[in-house]
Design a protein around this ligand. Structure first.
Ligand SMILES: NC(=O)c1ccc[n+]([C@@H]2O[C@H](COP(=O)([O-])OP(=O)(O)OC[C@H]3O[C@@H](n4cnc5c(N)ncnc54)[C@H](OP(=O)(O)O)[C@@H]3O)[C@@H](O)[C@H]2O)c1
Length: 288
């Protein structure tokens, strides 16, 4: 499997996103605890060396499952977490953007994952939410805190998530970020310019919602007409075609599809074998 550097760590281009492991709405225990553990172990067996997580998945559930399934961690496994949000009692995502909150979240991730250092931490901006005045924090101040934690050895690489083109530029200049994690898929290409910016800057681009997410009401890659047609022709599943399109788009794309099922994980890990022809790519390009 091909690799691309996530900062100082070369990782396989197909990784795993842990957001589907907790219960519905990313809250509470998994639908099937044993299957969640099996998904993580099978992922590593199949070559996954990049797992994306967050303390606020569950909350605590995804990190605790990762620790239960994989600790002591195999050499070379890159754990990437994110900070900037908490959960309220109804399961809503609430901003936790102040520098002190970012630090507390890094500490919480270190504790629950059972590590001294996180290979990557994404600063998850929450600008799409209506933020209280005390949560309107200049990016510069947040990056300064992230850089301080990197200097202290708590973080190896800094990333930024759900960020605009200008914010990504600022983060590259001020903090030397190693990745950007933004929403991007065949059915949501609004972030294409940020992908190109990352490509030009030689940093990893990690698209979230690569299949359109598990959230109801969001367009799904597997419902797309061009994806259906190409999948039938290529003898691949629709999910595989959507993911293979992302891999083919740019070599700095690192995938983290999320699944709670071993069968889907195994399917997603086989996409390196899905060969998309020029005609397939053209049809998919036109089929947003
Ligand atoms: N930075 C951020 O703000 C942010 C936001 C969202 C997500 N993320 C990260 O990005 C990762 C990926 O995003 P996501 O998990 O939200 O959405 P996603 O990967 O686009 O889609 C997940 C959905 O696709 C289904 N699925 C997965 N593989 C499939 C297959 N082979 N066939 C059919 N259905 C399949 C899953 O269901 P099953 O469980 O039934 O397989 C789940 O409903 C997350 O896990 C998380 O680590 C980051």
């Amino acid at each position: 499997m091909d690799t691309y550097p996530l900062g100082q760590f070369p990782v396989h281009r197909i990784g795993f996103g842990a957001m589907q492991l907790p219960g519905p709405g990313v809250m509470g225990p998994p639908r099937d605890h044993d299957e969640a553990v099996a998904v993580l172990r099978r992922a590593v067996e199949l070559g996954v060396d990049h797992i994306d997580t967050a303390q606020f998945y569950g909350p605590d559930v995804a990190n605790e499952l990762i620790r239960e399934a994989l600790h002591p961690y195999p050499e070379g496994l890159v754990l990437a977490s994110k900070v900037g949000a908490l959960r309220d009692e109804q399961g809503g995502f609430v901003a936790a953007q102040r520098p002190g909150q970012l630090r507390a979240a890094v500490e919480a991730n270190l504790r629950s994952l059972g590590v001294d250092r996180l290979e990557v931490v994404n600063l998850r901006r929450m600008d799409e939410h209506e933020l209280a005045a005390d949560q309107l924090i200049p990016l510069e101040d947040q990056l300064a805190e992230m850089v301080a934690m990197r200097a202290e050895g708590k973080i190896a690489g800094i990333g930024i998530s759900t960020a605009t083109y200008a914010q990504v530029q600022q983060a590259i200049e001020q903090a030397g970020i190693v990745c950007v994690q933004n929403a991007f898929s065949l059915v949501d290409r609004a972030d294409a310019d940020v992908l190109d910016l990352c490509h030009g800057a030689n940093i990893a681009y990690v698209p979230y919602f690569p299949l359109g997410s598990a959230f109801p009401g969001m367009p799904k890659v597997t419902d797309n007409a061009a994806v259906r047609a190409v999948a039938e022709r290529a003898g691949a599943s629709r999910a595989q075609v959507g993911l293979a399109w992302l891999l083919a788009r740019r070599d700095n794309v690192l995938l983290i599809p999320g699944t709670s099922r071993v069968a889907h994980l195994e399917e997603n890990m086989r996409i390196a074998d899905v060969a998309l022809s020029e005609a397939d790519m053209a049809e998919l390009e036109g089929g947003a």
